[in-house]
Design a protein around this ligand. Structure first.
Ligand SMILES: [Ca+2]
Ligand SMILES: [Ca+2]
Length: 299
């Protein structure tokens, strides 16, 4: 996502060691008409993060062991159709602060754009964008009330764990045959090979990873539960989201790159911050559920 969304980056791989899954709360399929399709992810320990320095100081490290309990992650990004049902049912008014860019412009908040008018044509089976982190929380609150489930955003640890263990482009070598990505050089969408999309593709247009998850890489960035901190000093090591001690408490992390980004942004350890009250025309979200309750351990 253009370099301005932030400042930052990283790379790394770690071996996943599968353990007996604690699948408390993990759902393997649709629980109800309004419930998203969830994939059970077995727990394990992996090496998270890698220290990098792009000229702004060290970030995204140190590399450290994290043990992720079994949990469940949605097979697809939340779609525009799903978000639209929430809006129609609840009357919720999303924050209309959608960041976008045009050719040769920097990011700016475009008051004309919103989840239902992101600046390009969209169908209901494409991922919703232009929603803030706060808007994701409103959706999750509504969905939990409606379904009796306990959905949430994934933690950065959970997301990186599946990005590494999913096997798809774990080295960061994602191509247009594997995911909806953008131009090699900054910035914007590009259709090439099996990637026929300049803007978001219908979810599930590309092959699933080893877990059965689609579009972890590319299509749209995905909001994470964690407040943003430049490195992992003081971060939980139990797979839970970082909720305190952040140097940017009003920012939340996004992961995975988008239709408008080059493959280098798809590396498992790559992360960027965004203000929780603003959206981006390249950022959506994905639901998680199941165990990720904080324990005492931190780095
Ligand atoms: Ca594309
Ligand atoms: Ca994605």
């Amino acid at each position: 996502m253009k370099t301005h969304l932030a400042i930052l980056a990283a790379l790394g791989l770690g071996a996943c060691s599968a353990e007996t899954a604690d699948m408390a709360g993990a759902k393997g399929a649709n629980e109800c008409a309004d419930c998203p399709e969830m994939i059970a992810i077995p727990g394990g320990t992996f090496e998270m993060g890698e220290t990098v320095d792009y000229g702004y100081g060290e970030m995204d490290g140190p590399r450290h062991d994290v043990t992720v309990p079994g949990f469940a992650l949605a097979k697809y990004e939340v779609t525009r159709g799903e978000y639209g049902r929430f809006i129609a049912d609840s009357g919720y008014v999303p924050e209309r602060k959608c960041n976008a860019y045009k050719e040769d412009t920097k990011w700016y908040i475009d008051p004309e754009r919103s989840w239902d008018a992101p600046g390009f044509e969209q169908k209901d089976d494409e991922p919703v964008v232009c929603i803030s982190w706060n808007d994701t929380q409103a959706y999750i609150g509504w969905l939990n009330q409606k379904t009796g489930q306990n959905y949430r955003l994934p933690s950065e640890a959970e997301w990186e764990y599946v990005a590494v263990g999913g096997g798809l482009g774990a080295s960061g070598q994602i191509t247009h045959d594997e995911a909806n990505i953008g131009k090699e050089k900054c910035c914007g969408g590009l259709a090439s090979g099996k990637d026929r999309w300049v803007y978001p593709a219908p979810v599930g247009s590309f092959p699933a990873d080893r877990f059965g998850l689609h579009d972890i890489r590319g299509n749209v960035w995905e909001w994470q539960a964690d407040c943003y901190h430049v490195n992992y000093d003081g971060a939980p090591v139990d797979g839970s989201a970082r909720a305190k001690g952040c140097d940017s408490p009003e920012h939340r992390a996004v992961r995975g790159g988008s239709y408008g980004d080059a493959a280098e942004f798809m590396r498992p350890t790559f992360r960027l911050p965004g203000p929780r009250g603003e959206g981006y025309f390249t950022v959506g979200f994905r639901l998680a559920s199941g165990k990720a309750s904080p324990k005492a351990g931190t780095r």
